[in-house]
Design a protein around this ligand. Structure first.
Ligand code: NAD
Ligand code: ZN
Ligand code: ZN
Length: 344
């Protein structure tokens, strides 16, 4: 079967690999029907992910059909259409039992990093009973494509905000994660969502689709002042930092109101400064983290009920044989691409 591998730093290659096989009773083999490319894949290609294996098939964002299951899988069956979780987790360890699956002692970022991932025709999914979620009949593969990764990440950011009625939530970054976070913030009860980005095209998408009620561009707007005006002088009740830009950490705590929550979803490439003397008395709550993607069924239901949609994110589609081209296109920051879909 065709598989796109991480050959070496800076090098990917589409090669032929043998079909995957069940190696553990909790495995399933999934025929990939649709996949996507994640910014994290480039962290591997750029050599920043030390645990990534050379020769591994890339990709961890996908949907597909189960073609084989291990003997210990009781909640899934051959022929099921499933959405995959970006994290592999056992469901049984101390962390998993508390919902902190990102810290599962037997799992973590395995697919497309340490073991073969989804940029392929078939993929072996370990702990398939926790890592795969059945797609409701009313939904297409396309509807469900982003559930296990970026939509879960957006929901995670919104959930960290402990949103209460009438809350104003600021979301820094109107990329795929920010757009998902805005929709989830509304679902969780935010009455006003403020989208912030330096990319006007993305801001316009957020406003046009009513994900954000107000959009602000730091290149043109005085962010702190406008947010204060919008919140009776207080500041945002919570801020979701989904940009990871040069000054966005600082912006996040500056625009939060006293006693507000700052939820850091972004992955920074550099250390950030926490200037405690300057923020003394603001009594902020900072939350950080890799996504605990435990709400896939709920997110699929929200899509079914038309409360959330990720359709808008798919800017362009490719087929697996053109996937090297797709990786180049997604990496080109000048083409206004939000996400791609790859048909297997
Ligand atoms: N915590 C997790 O588990 C998790 C999961 C998925 C993604 N992420 C991280 O979330 C972040 C967002 O992901 P994405 O796929 O949407 O990325 P993205 O790069 O597509 O979007 C980031 C957005 O931030 C904007 N931005 C950059 N600098 C800015 C600045 N100074 N001011 C305002 N806006 C600025 C960019 O224009 C862009 O639109 C990334 O850092 C990603 O690594 C974290
Ligand atoms: Zn990802
Ligand atoms: Zn676990």
């Amino acid at each position: 079967m065709k598989s796109l591998i991480f050959e070496d730093i800076g090098k990917i290659k589409l090669i032929e690999k043998p079909l995957p096989q069940i190696v553990h009773p909790r495995d399933a083999i999934v025929k990939v029907t649709l996949s996507s490319i994640c910014t994290s894949d480039y962290h591997i290609i750029n050599g920043a992910v030390t645990q990534a294996q050379k020769g591994v098939t890339l990709g961890h964002e996908f949907v597909g059909e189960i073609v084989e299951i291990g003997t210990e899988i009781n909640n899934l069956t051959i022929g099921d259409r499933v959405s995959a979780n970006c994290e592999t987790f056992c469901g049984e360890c101390w962390f998993c039992k508390r919902g902190y699956i990102n810290n599962c002692t037997k799992g973590g970022w395995k697919l497309g990093c340490q073991i073969d991932g989804c940029q392929s025709e078939y993929v072996r999914v370990p702990f398939a009973d926790t890592g795969l979620t059945k797609i409701p009949e009313a939904l297409s593969y396309k509807d469900a494509l982003f559930v296990g990764d970026i939509l879960s990440s957006g929901y995670f950011g919104a959930e960290l905000c402990e949103i209460k009625q009438n809350d104003t939530i600021a979301v820094i970054g109107c990329g795929p994660v920010g757009i998902c976070a805005m929709q989830c913030a509304k679902v969780l009860g935010a009455s006003k969502v403020i989208g912030i980005d330096i990319n006007q095209y993305r801001l316009d998408i957020a406003l046009k689709n009513k994900y954000a009620d107000i959009i602000l561009n730091p290149n043109n707007d005085n962010i702190s002042e406008i947010i204060k005006n919008e919140t009776a002088g207080r500041g945002a009740d919570a801020v979701i930092e989904a940009a990871g830009g040069v000054n966005t950490f600082e912006m996040a705590w500056q625009i939060a109101r006293p006693n507000g929550i700052v939820a850091i979803v972004a992955m920074y490439e550099e250390n950030q400064i926490l200037p405690l003397p300057g923020m003394y008395g603001k009594n902020l709550i900072f939350k950080t983290g890799g996504v605990d993607a435990i709400h896939c069924s709920k997110l699929l239901d929200l899509i079914k009920d038309k409360k959330i949609s990720t359709d808008i994110l798919i800017t362009k589609s490719y087929t697996l044989d053109k996937i090297e081209e797709a990786y180049k296109y997604f990496d080109d920051k000048t083409n206004n691409c939000l996400k791609l879909s790859i048909t297997q």
